[in-house]
Design a protein around this ligand. Structure first.
Ligand SMILES: Nc1ncnc2c1ncn2[C@@H]1O[C@H](COP(=O)(O)OP(=O)(O)OP(=O)(O)O)[C@@H](O)[C@H]1O
Length: 320
């Protein structure tokens, strides 16, 4: 069995529902011991992709290798069930048993499970441990589903939108747990449409839009470098301010001016970081060009900005 294989390798994955192509040649790689976030708007195909990786859906094309094992080979299924944890978006929990019984049942399916009680405590579920699943709130069920995914101490865990619908306190508890799993060396593949979740937790982010990967890298790589953002004052147009600023900065050819999203951005032509000295240069140039009312700031692009730049659409919008 290969030991240097990545936690997950997806190559040219394709899936259609009826006559609709939902995953259209998607390839990604998640390294062992890392947290890989699959980030994309609602409907981008994240769940479909992850369910193909979990063995819950049969792809129409492409290959999936999990921990170096071919996902489509039936003989690998028992081993993958032991070594991989899965948290489904809808929970997939039986409704009649009590929460603790579900968790202990799942734990017994694994070779070396962790203890149920500390996990319930960590996820704020101790008080409802003896409550039947059907009487748990949506957020409590979701946390129980997370507990079930990790109680077997799997090498790789798939978390499909683990914090969707949770209140801020429960969300922080889940993030905390996910961080400590990652620190303990578990490989994690997490889908999310929350930019902050990807930004704060992930070693690497795979950005998915309309069924394929549009970018992949560390959060820093995807965000790009700090730039100076000029908010155009009322009565002026971004194009006019950019043109005036470009002329005023002509003595500094490394500073490149462009219009983006209604603002004027100044970047390093060679891709380097801008600093406060560059900010001062831009502010002085704006004053010289007669745009004294413009607001200038050193800005670090967010993943939201990166997504907008890549797709021309906002992350929080439904995929068309
Ligand atoms: N079983 C199904 N039958 C038909 N269409 C489906 C099915 N499951 C998903 N779809 C459609 O496929 C597209 C991708 O859905 P998917 O759930 O994979 O996206 P997603 O990125 O996970 O979105 P979300 O963040 O909302 O969960 C959506 O348009 C969805 O309506």
């Amino acid at each position: 069995m290969p030991t240097d294989s990545p936690a997950l390798l997806v190559a040219d994955l394709r899936k259609r529902y009826g006559d609709r192509d939902v995953v259209t040649g998607l390839s990604l790689r998640a390294e062992r011991g890392e947290l890989t976030a699959v980030l994309g708007p609602n409907g981008a195909g994240k769940t479909t992709t992850i369910e193909c990786c979990e063995g819950l859906r049969r792809p129409d094309g492409g290959r999936v290798a999990v921990l170096g094992l071919d996902r489509s080979a039936p003989e690998n299924a028992p081993e993958l069930r032991r070594r991989v944890g899965v948290m489904l978006q809808e929970g997939g929990l039986p409704l009649s048993p009590r929460a603790v019984d579900v968790l202990e049942h799942v734990a017994r399916l694994h070779d070396r499970p962790g203890a149920a009680a500390p996990l319930l405590e960590r996820l704020g579920l101790t008080a409802v441990a003896r409550t039947r699943v059907r009487h748990l709130s949506g957020g409590q069920r979701q946390r129980l589903a997370l507990a079930c995914a990790i109680v077997g101490e799997p090498e790789l865990v798939f978390l499909d939108e683990p914090t969707a619908g949770l209140d801020p306190q429960a969300r922080l508890a889940v993030w905390d747990l996910v961080r400590s799993l990652r620190e303990a060396g578990t490989s994690i593949v997490l889908t999310t449409h929350l930019m902050t979740e990807a930004e704060d937790l992930a070693d690497r982010v795979v950005v998915v839009d309309r069924g394929s990967v549009v970018a992949a890298g560390t959060p820093d790589e995807l965000r790009g470098t700090p730039h100076v953002r000029v908010v155009v004052p009322p009565g002026a147009t971004a194009a006019a301010v950019a043109a005036d600023l470009g002329s005023a900065l002509a003595a500094h050819p490394r500073l490149v001016t462009a219009v983006e999203g209604g603002d004027v951005l100044v970047r390093h032509g060679d891709g380097g970081d801008l600093d406060t000295a560059d900010l001062a240069l831009v502010a002085t140039a704006l004053t010289r060009a007669g745009h004294r009312a413009a607001q200038v700031a050193l800005a670090r692009p967010t993943l939201e900005d990166a997504f907008l730049a890549l797709t021309g659409r906002e992350l929080r919008r439904e995929a068309a």
